[in-house]
Design a protein around this ligand. Structure first.
Ligand SMILES: [Zn+2]
Length: 103
């Protein structure tokens, strides 16, 4: 089994910064009507996290569909509702529902 070194906290900060930057660019592409490019940039943000084994922060993670990995924007291809103590995210690209508990 391959062993991994513990991640330097400075690296984690840089990776999260990179993810934020990539998703901001994805939003720019999305607003410009380039949906495929937005999805590509969302994929890049995911990949960076996987490469350095850094979990994506919650607010960033919810901008990407868990099933089809599309970049999501509220009112465009994402619908958010509350239902039975959950916040439900509907991806309009693949009709996938993501539920998050709230208190
Ligand atoms: Zn989806």
């Amino acid at each position: 089994m391959r062993r991994y070194k513990a991640l330097n906290p400075q690296v984690k900060g840089k990776v999260v910064g990179e993810m934020t930057h990539l998703l901001a660019q994805a939003l720019d592409y999305f607003s410009a009507g380039k949906k495929d490019m937005a999805n590509k940039w969302a994929q890049k943000a995911r990949r960076v996290g996987m490469k350095y084994k850094v979990k994506m922060p919650t607010q960033l993670r919810r901008q990407i569909c868990k099933k089809c990995h599309a970049f999501l924007v509220v009112g465009k291809n994402l619908m958010i509702r509350t239902k039975e103590g959950n916040v439900v995210y509907h991806c309009k690209e693949c009709k996938h529902m993501m539920k998050y508990r709230y208190r």
